[in-house]
Design a protein around this ligand. Sequence first.
Ligand code: CA
Length: 368
Amino acid sequence: MPIKQLHKWTGIALLSTMLMACNSNDNANTSANGTSFDPVVWKMVTAWPKNFPGVGTGAEKLAQNITTMSGGRIKVTVYGAGELVPPLEVFDAVSRGTAELGHGAAYYWKGKVPAAQFFTSVPFGLTAQEMNAWIYHGGGLELWEEVYAPFNVIPMAAGNNGVQMAGWFNKEIKSIEDFSGLKMRIPGLGGEVLKKVGGVPVNLPGGEIFTALQTGTIDATEFAGPYNDLAFGFYKVAKYYYYPGWHEPGSVSELIVNKTAFESLPADLQSIVRAATRQTNGDMLEEYTSLNNDALEILVRDYDVELRALPSDVMQVLQQTAEEILLEVAQEDVMSQKVYDSFVQFRSKVSAWHSISEHAYIKARDGR
Ligand code: CA
């Protein structure tokens, strides 16, 4: 069965993690030319359940990449959510040096630094391809570094799960009024939009969502796409699965590095950490793009999930509200305004290009 294949895949990933860890340990303190060295030993705390498909395994793969590419000169131990620090305290832990590395999402830190929200995903913002373009070639990374600099933390893009789903509901959404009073797990700026249209946004880490939905603490939830949502089992406690993920069109997983620890590395190891992270950033998107299809098929065929599109008039209100929210965030501080200006300017340029490239092509290919 396909679902078993998904679980099997996770098992294989786990096994290869263990094997690779064993290989690197065998060569622990001797380089390829026979000289000995003391490895840098780092901890990576994460906002995800240990080895959770996609984001959790992405953190593991990144840790392996760093160790393998550095020839064992950097050894990274990964801690799942709550193992060393609670999931929503990853940023603080890396900032104060409790861990050298953190794997999570920038919008989890909006209470600490409002401008951070632009670096995960923005409602009606950039897709994964566009986010990477902004980060690497549009000035985004420099701004992100500036936002985190006061906290002694360096950010890097470490994965993306593409356009998400709008989420899981136990009632149909027929008009914007259906969001009124709805308690929904939805982080970041999407949560602010929900609040403004009358809903009650709740920020919960992934591992706590299922129980909250099952017990009625929340009425609805989103997490990511079918690949993750199938693994969390949301289909057991919600009936309708809505698309598209207007609130998160291309969410970036971030790697944060304690700046003092990073700057203590020689230049080649700094480059290796950056290169390993960039490789993982691409790999995660490819994994989600590939496996979301299979998971969606299982949800609809085997678990009778009802797939629904959000009505276009609902989408219009959400979009209009999102633009108002973005303006409000921009006004919170000087840095938020600076990031907002860069972001919306880039979105405008890339929209013009993508309307006659990606969008026009996919529309022609798929006949709609
Ligand atoms: Ca999400």
